[in-house]
Write a protein that binds this ligand. Structure first.
Ligand SMILES: [Zn+2]
Length: 1131
């Protein structure tokens, strides 16, 4: 007992997270292996407990123990309760690790001891014991904070554990880092799929689609079928309200021959529900018929689906087939126990039938199953309010607004929290109104004396606590005939059966007079809302409920939930069918995958590589060193930052605590008197020194003709030119309200459409005319009142304007004309010529501007873009693409207000975005200033007047709102400084982690810089040289690898001004070695990793070379530090 045979030992060594999903240990066929795994877990636990108890002098004994897996005599007394170790979603695992640093020093830092923790995590994972796995992995992480990223099986394992425990934020982080480090990882397809599912769930649809499509590319063994992924893609379209694409996707699946019954049931269910909800799919009658038909087909395909039955009930209820609806709900309750949605809908149905007592019971069932069920609490509140029981109504509304119930286990809480944030859209506005109103009512009302009033319904406390009476039960059967005994038997998932109201109360007659008497208060309650009857409220509740279901981004939340769940269920079935085959195939793969298995036991072995490759090498030495690299594994597109860098992540904010004054720093600004000022080197120095700077009076000093960019001139020049339009809510500059929720938020609405310059000009002018009328009525000058001096004055001034404006926020919509492309020199010659009057550092094109060395157009970056604004037009928070600097000139006539956070604090802003469930890179966000101050993040705030130039330095986070009517022009520049270059490549790498396209091709740019400029700044030189080194090494390595596959590399060269290349699949920049594959009659460029996904042998893929190796070698070798005094470049 306890002693493993050599074979067993080898087998166990082989097992890690990569077998997850392929090896089904719950299958009786694998009983022997399961026993082995469980025994090993016991041994490991004993060993670890032993390790904790011993001092490090016993390390050698422990080594023996781990090698032989000998059971310890000190069984588990030091073991922690692993199941309670689930990390809170809000707490990063690194932070967790930091908090517990002291433990590390007490423990023997023995390699074997630490690896035992990781192995324990893997084995728990394979048994499906996710919290235990996570706990072990997190302990491992504490010892491996500084090199965990070299252990890819660990990163995969902890990602899966987080995924299964629905800590999506952390699962996403682990998986993204894993793909960044190892895009060819054995289970990369599994990672892409799970990332796709989670990002879809989190509303990051663009990136979700990318991952799902990447999951389809692979030829690796997988736990999912192609059709399942296609179903997820169709569902992704559905949740984005892309109905046509979703419908096409679903219908495509129905035509597939080998579609499984379960998937068929899912497809029918989604189609049915779409027909029920989506108006553009036809006439209502026809749609309802289709909906019923599809849902019935879904139930036929999978009779166990409580979900489809529930939706069928909703459809029947929608067309007033009450009996059928009840029947479907009842069946649904039988199939899927304890579905709060079903109970909520049953409640609605009863309420509509004027059966308040039964409705009460159903809602109570719903909220007992799911204490955070917002719709059920809201409906229950409405029910109480309609019966004049204001206190109960108030309590229910409060519960509806509570996001998280703290009695829940952290696990369930997480699940709920993720769901809750999605379904709050429709209900909240009405809710907060009701709550405020009831608060008013209740504060005026005398304390209710229990005896003085008879209540129609029992109170919420009573309803919650009282057991059901038989009488009630039978009466219910008589009246409704639809919810018989099964109800009481089936519904509870935990604890006692759902309590029903006491018979006495429920049987109390419902005197209509009584309602009116009690309802005096109620009439007041409702008249505000111009809803005077209970029935109205119910209707509203139903429509809210309905809307809630239809609302973005989850067209039906329960369905969404089940879509995520079914993936697991379905794929589990697949494991069971194929597990023996898969095990063999995978073990073969795993054995051949040296890189990963090596990392598992010898952490950080490639530390040696850093000494091998350094920028002092010449190209010959480099080539010789590359020849020594293994080519049995495909080379990975490596970081260009430095050798063996950890995966990039947002930095912590500077720790220094800022005073209130420091949190509101004055904006660096200069006033230009004349042309000489504008061209002085001090101006450039000043700009480069500060995170952001405003150069006042620039247009005047240079005699720039801003009129060339006025709306009038633009219309005359190119009336039909395209304008992108953002439709936004008009708000005060320092506030961002979600009017539906009645609170300040980060997410800011900005819908996109298109128009022409002429049409926008018309809108801009008429909006101005309208306001003149408004203003003359009110008699204040509005946005015109601005100071002309420094930023602090401007701030206080703008505040005055804000306060005046506040009363008319009422979600007035406005249209912002943005990203007007002025790159065409023929169309915009006078405008572009005028801008050549600017000093070199601010010019669109100049030798001192890195972006002029890209050699091709990057729209809006090395070309001019124009913005056409009405008051309130918002450019939401962002950093510039790849952290380049930007120039922005206000054309006028109105002003703009700017907010900016120094680049050192971007990690803090990023975290706040995450906290607010909004994507830092993709999302549209408007920071709540108080949130920033609380996090010790300073904010510059100033007014940009006509003729003022704003310099946004590298990495500065900023957001802008127009105060008046004005146009702006803007573009990016890249000063040739080490700071600019390093921030640009840092972002380039972080974008890779986030699967976000870098629109500045930094590798291509770096090689051009090496060709074109002489660098005398040591830091800048080293950074560029490092990029050249890393990319040349990668190019050589890829070529060796490709040749070893027997694939010929053909020289293709580059066309003049040819744009740099990006992978058509993953959007990473592809430099020099292009893998071309014809896809849908187009020749698509791929990176090596994506080419290998399509064709592991590279058969059918053409490999092209852009530069001769000799040319790259020459550039690399001749790029040296230029030792002169003075500037790094010549103009
Ligand atoms: Zn790719």
């Amino acid at each position: 007992m306890g002693q493993l045979t050599f074979e067993d030992d080898c087998l166990i060594r082989e097992l890690d997270s990569r077998y997850y999903g392929f090896l089904d240990l719950s299958n009786s066929k694998n009983a022997e292996l399961r026993n082995l795994v469980q025994q090993t877990i016991t041994n490991l636990q004993n060993y670890i407990a032993n390790g904790q108890a011993h001092e490090s002098k016993n390390i050698s004994d422990n080594k023996n123990a781990i090698q032989k897996f000998e059971p310890s005599t000190q069984a588990g007394e030091h073991m922690e309760n692993t199941s309670s170790q689930i990390n809170d979603d809000t707490k990063p695992f690194e932070q967790d690790a930091k908090e517990k640093v002291p433990i590390i020093e007490e423990k023997p830092q023995d390699e074997h001891y630490v690896n035992a923790l990781c192995k324990l995590g893997h084995l728990h994972l394979l048994l499906g014991e996710y919290s235990e796995a996570l706990s072990a992995y997190q302990k491992y992480l504490r010892f491996r904070e500084n090199n965990y990223w070299t252990n890819h099986a660990f990163m995969y394992g902890i990602g899966v554990a987080y995924f299964k425990l629905r800590c999506f934020k952390w699962a996403i982080k682990s998986f993204q880092e894993l793909l960044y480090l190892s895009p060819n990882f054995t289970c990369a397809n599994e990672v892409h799929l799970r990332l796709g599912l989670m990002l879809k769930h989190c509303g990051e649809f663009h990136i979700a689609l990318k991952h799902l499509q990447l999951a389809l590319l692979y030829t690796y063994p997988s736990t999912f079928s192609e059709l399942q992924v296609k179903f997820q893609i169709a569902h992704l379209y559905e949740v984005q309200n892309k109905h046509k694409a979703a419908k096409d996707g679903y219908e495509f699946l129905l035509n597939e021959k080998n579609i499984s019954l379960e998937l068929k049931a899912d497809v029918y269910r989604q189609l049915g529900w779409m027909y029920h909800c989506v108006e553009c799919l036809g006439e209502k009658k026809e749609r309802e018929a289709n909906a019923l038909n599809f849902l019935q087909k879904s139930i036929e395909a999978d009779p166990k689906s409580g979900q489809s039955l529930y939706l069928l009930g909703r459809c029947y209820a929608g067309i007033n087939k009450v009996h059928d609806a009840f029947l479907a709900y009842r069946n649904s309750v039988e199939k899927s126990e304890g579905n709060a949605d079903t109970w909520c809908s049953i409640g609605v149905l009863y309420q509509q039938q004027n059966q308040p007592t039964d409705a009460l019971q159903a809602y109570i069932c719903a909220v007992q199953l799911d204490k955070d069920h917002k719709a059920a609490w809201t409906n229950l509140g409405i029910l109480y309010e309609s019966c004049g029981q204001l206190r109960d109504a108030y309590a229910c509304y409060l519960n509806a607004t509570k996001q998280i119930s703290f009695q829940k286990s952290s696990l369930i809480r997480k699940k709920q929290a993720i769901r809750m944030k999605k379904d709050t859209i429709g209900l909240s506005k009405g809710l907060s109104q009701r709550i405020t109103f009831l608060e008013g009512q209740l504060s005026q009302a005398p304390l209710p004396s229990i005896t003085s009033k008879r209540r129609q319904l029992c109170s919420i406390e009573e309803a919650w606590n009282l057991p059901i009476s038989l009488e009630m039960n039978s009466r219910q059967q008589q009246t409704a005939q639809m919810l018989p005994r099964q109800v009481t038997k089936q519904s509870p998932v935990q604890g006692p059966p759902p309590p029903y109201p006491h018979s006495q109360l429920s049987q109390s007659p419902i005197p209509s007079k009584r309602i009116k008497e009690d309802g005096t208060g109620q009439q007041e309650v409702t008249q505000n809302n111009s809803q005077t009857s209970a029935q109205n409220l119910i209707n509203i509740s139903e429509s809210l409920n309905q809307r809630n279901f239809n609302a973005m981004p989850e067209s039906n939340k329960s369905s969404e939930q089940s879509v995520l769940d079914t993936f697991d269920d379905i794929s589990n079935d697949i494991y069971k069918q194929n597990e023996s085959i898969k095990l063999e195939r995978l073990s073969h793969d795993a054995l051949s995958n040296n890189e990963d298995s090596r990392h598992d036991y010898i952490g950080g072995d490639n530390a040696d590589l850093s000494t091998t490759f350094k920028i002092q090498m010449d190209s010959k030495q480099l080539m010789a060193a590359v020849k020594l690299l293994p080519i049995d594994e495909p080379p990975v597109h490596c970081t260009i930052l430095q050798v063996n860098a950890p995966p990039p992540s947002p930095p912590d904010c500077p720790p220094q605590k800022l005073t209130r004054d420091q949190l509101l720093p004055p904006t660096p600004s200069v006033h230009l008197e004349n042309k000489k000022n504008a061209f002085s080197p001090q101006l450039q120095e000043f700009c480069l020194k500060h995170p952001i700077a405003v150069v006042r009076g620039l247009a005047g000093a240079l005699k720039l003709d801003l009129g060339l960019f006025s709306t009038k001139t633009l219309v005359e020049a190119n009336p039909d030119h395209s304008v992108e339009v953002r439709t936004q809510v008009h708000q005060s500059p320092d506030e961002n309200w979600d009017t539906s929720q009645g609170k300040r938020v980060w997410a800011c609405i900005s819908h996109r459409s298109h128009t022409t310059i002429a049409k926008y000009a018309q809108y801009q002018a008429s909006s101005f005319q309208d306001s003149l009328k408004d203003e003359s009525d009110k008699g204040f000058p509005g946005s015109q009142a601005m100071s002309d001096s420094d930023s602090k004055d401007s701030v206080s001034n703008s505040n005055i304007v804000l306060k005046r404006k506040k009363h008319k926020i009422n979600s007035k919509m406005l249209r912002f004309g943005t990203n007007v492309d002025l790159s065409d020199e023929k169309k915009w010659k006078p405008q572009l010529t005028e801008l050549q009057k600017l000093p070199a550092f601010a010019r669109v094109i100049s030798a001192a501007n890195m972006l002029s060395h890209v050699g091709h157009v990057i729209l809006g970056m090395n070309t001019v873009q124009l913005y056409m604004k009405v008051p309130g037009s918002r450019t939401p928070g962002h950093q510039e693409n790849n952290n380049f600097c930007s120039i922005n000139i206000n054309i006028g006539p109105g002003d703009c207000e700017w907010f900016a956070v120094p680049d050192a604090y971007w990690g803090g802003v990023h975290n706040l975005c995450e906290k607010n469930n909004i994507s830092y890179l993709h999302g549209s966000w408007w920071p709540v200033l108080e949130d920033l101050y609380k996090e010790n993040i300073p904010v510059y705030r100033f007014i940009q007047k006509p003729g003022d130039l704003v310099w946004v330095n590298a990495g500065c986070v900023h957001w802008v709102q127009s105060i008046g009517w004005c146009n702006n022009i803007a573009w990016n520049v890249g000063p040739l400084t080490a700071r600019q270059y390093s921030l640009a490549i840092e972002r380039y790498e972080w974008n890779k982690v986030q699967a976000f396209k870098s629109i500045v091709p930094m590798v291509h740019l770096s090689w051009n810089l090496a060709r074109n400029i002489k660098v005398s700044d040591t830091k800048l030189f080293e950074l560029i040289k490092m990029c050249l080194l890393q990319t040349l090494k990668n190019v050589l390595h890829i070529q060796e690898y490709v040749k070893s596959k027997g694939v010929e590399i053909r020289f293709n060269g580059r066309g003049k001004n040819e744009a740099s290349h990006y992978c058509g699949q993953c959007e990473v920049e592809v430099f020099n070695v292009l893998f071309i594959k014809e896809q849908e009659k187009r020749h698509v460029v791929h990176c090596l990793s994506c080419a290998l996904k399509l064709s592991p042998s590279l058969q059918g893929i053409v490999c092209l070379e852009e530069y001769r190796l000799s040319e790259l070698q020459r550039v690399y070798d001749s790029f040296t530090l230029h030792r002169t005094q003075g500037l790094a470049y010549t103009q």
